[in-house]
Design a binder for this molecule. Structure first.
Ligand SMILES: *[C@@H]1O[C@H](CO)[C@@H](O)[C@H](O)[C@H]1NC(C)=O
Ligand SMILES: *[C@@H]1O[C@H](CO)[C@@H](O)[C@H](O)[C@H]1NC(C)=O
Ligand SMILES: *[C@@H]1O[C@H](CO)[C@@H](O)[C@H](O)[C@H]1NC(C)=O
Ligand SMILES: CC(=O)N[C@H]1CO[C@H](CO)[C@@H](O)[C@@H]1O
Length: 433
């Protein structure tokens, strides 16, 4: 072999080696980066969720509620009339449901009845969720339950673990006394736990057991919730498993919790304002941020009398809104405050009409409404916002991870009634006496 051709051969081989090894190195780096990014489970998915659909036997048409209230408050007709006036303006329909114990005359708010209700709503929702996701109870590593009023011992979490024979190493938490905003708190807690526990599934159960809520006294502030509370429960499955990324419905982008409990003067709108101020910079497009900042500066520097604070247009950041359906006044206030259109609050109003105030689970019935209407598309951003028990305001921001089809994903609790919505909700309902 000639010297020059030997040199050529060596050079060629060398470049080959260099090229080969750099490609290999690049591949290794890519694989490692990929592994670190995903297996380290920074991304948290909502695999799926399920909402309890009350059986029609537990239905309370408004007229029946009023009649029942007259019988229960036979010695106090004022209370019955007061409840009727609340219901006339509440925006609830004729298909909301109450647990059997509250249908009785008089109601029977015992511990046993409350347990029966808890079993009914929780097991129904969890059964459906396991069916939808194809997971076995043994796959669940974290369990967070949340229910504000009913706080039995052993806890509801233990009841679930016992019923489904979950694994003994499960990390379980029972949140309580946190009111309607508890659901984003539970999601927040589960997502924080998932961040430190790779390759796991977390089950979150959000409900309010209303049997203990049956109220027969004369205090008006207690009579109001007794009118609006209805059966409801939602179960959610969060995961950081890389293998589940295609199947998952949503990706969690942010959870934000504001607690103004330290401030005695704090109230709903205060907590809301601060929460929104925290959320704004995370989600708003640059144009809205600029408008907000320039308005803020103009107020500080020029101090004009009639310049109102700029409320960012959140429709530019979110495609769908799930506002906790606590009552009509709450939805009205938020719609006005955030300048939302009628369609953007439609899900909240329709959930209030069809299911009543289901406390912390209402935002999941709303998400399900948007899906059942076929409006949820891959890439859409959703804002779930809930407040309750005074000073807390909590949100979760999700990004839709795949197209959601009514045919394959179903309509969940809206089965059999979705075609009747959106329904016209009269401002004042005339109740026949
Ligand atoms: C969530 O909190 C409530 C009390 O507010 C507590 O009773 C309950 O144990 C928790 N929820 C469930 C479903 O366990
Ligand atoms: C907010 O932005 C959306 C989309 O750009 C627009 O349709 C809507 O009119 C805006 N709302 C307000 C109150 O400016
Ligand atoms: C809705 O239910 C919750 C209970 O979790 C209660 O705190 C809230 O006051 C209710 N909303 C209205 C408007 O009654
Ligand atoms: C304006 C305002 O009150 N902002 C508050 C928003 O909430 C965060 C905590 O979540 C507070 O640190 C901010 O001060």
């Amino acid at each position: 072999m000639e010297f020059s051709s030997l040199v050529k051969f060596l050079l060629f081989a060398n470049t080959n080696i260099v090229v080969n090894s750099s490609i290999t190195l690049l591949l290794v780096i890519l694989v490692v980066a990929f592994y670190l990014k995903y297996s380290n489970s920074r991304v948290i998915y909502l695999l799926d969720y399920a909402c309890f659909k009350p059986p029609s036997t537990m239905r309370v048409p408004i007229a029946s509620f009023v009649e029942h209230s007259k019988l229960v408050f036979v010695d106090n007709p004022k209370a019955a009339r007061f409840q009727m006036r609340i219901l006339e303006r509440a925006g609830l329909g004729d298909e909301t449901a109450l647990p059997p114990a509250i249908h009785y005359i008089p109601p029977e708010p015992t511990m046993q009845r409350a347990r029966d209700e808890a079993h009914l709503v929780i097991f129904s929702a969890v059964d459906e969720l396991l069916k939808k996701t194809g997971l076995r109870p043994k796959d669940i590593g974290i369990l967070v339950t949340n229910c504000s009023i009913f706080c039995p011992s052993p806890s509801l979490s233990s009841v679930i673990i016992n019923k489904y024979k979950m694994r003994s190493a499960i990390k379980s938490f029972s949140l309580s006394g946190m009111g309607c905003s508890a659901s984003p708190i539970a999601v927040d807690l589960a997502s924080r736990l998932l961040k430190v526990q790779p390759n796991s599934c977390a089950l979150v159960v959000s409900t309010e057991i209303i049997t203990p809520n049956a109220y027969m006294g004369a205090e008006r502030s207690m009579l109001v919730p007794a009118c609006l509370f209805r059966l409801g429960c939602a179960a959610m499955l969060l995961t950081n498993k890389w293998a589940k990324r295609k199947q998952a419905k949503y990706r969690l982008l942010h959870t934000i919790r504001t607690h103004k409990g330290a401030d005695d003067k704090a109230h709903k709108s205060e907590a809301l304002k601060s929460n929104i101020t925290t959320l704004g910079p995370l989600v708003l497009p640059i144009s809205e941020k600029l408008l907000f900042v320039s308005n803020f500066l103009a107020q500080k520097i020029l101090r004009p009398r009639n310049l109102r604070a700029y409320v960012p247009n959140f429709s530019k950041a979110f495609d769908h809104f799930c506002i906790h359906a606590g009552g009509r006044a709450v939805i009205d206030e938020l719609q006005k405050g955030l300048r939302l259109s009628g369609q953007e609050v439609e899900a909240s109003r329709m959930v209030l009409h069809r299911f009543g105030n289901t406390s912390s689970s209402s935002i999941w019935y709303e998400l399900s409404y948007i899906e059942a209407k076929g409006r949820m598309k891959k890439g859409d951003h959703v804002w779930q916002i809930a407040f309750g028990s005074g000073f807390k305001c909590n949100s979760a921001v999700w990004k839709c991870n795949r197209n959601i089809e009514v045919e394959s994903d179903g309509v969940g609790p809206w089965m059999g009634c979705i075609e009747r919505y959106p329904a016209h909700i009269p401002h004042i309902l005339k109740i026949e006496q």
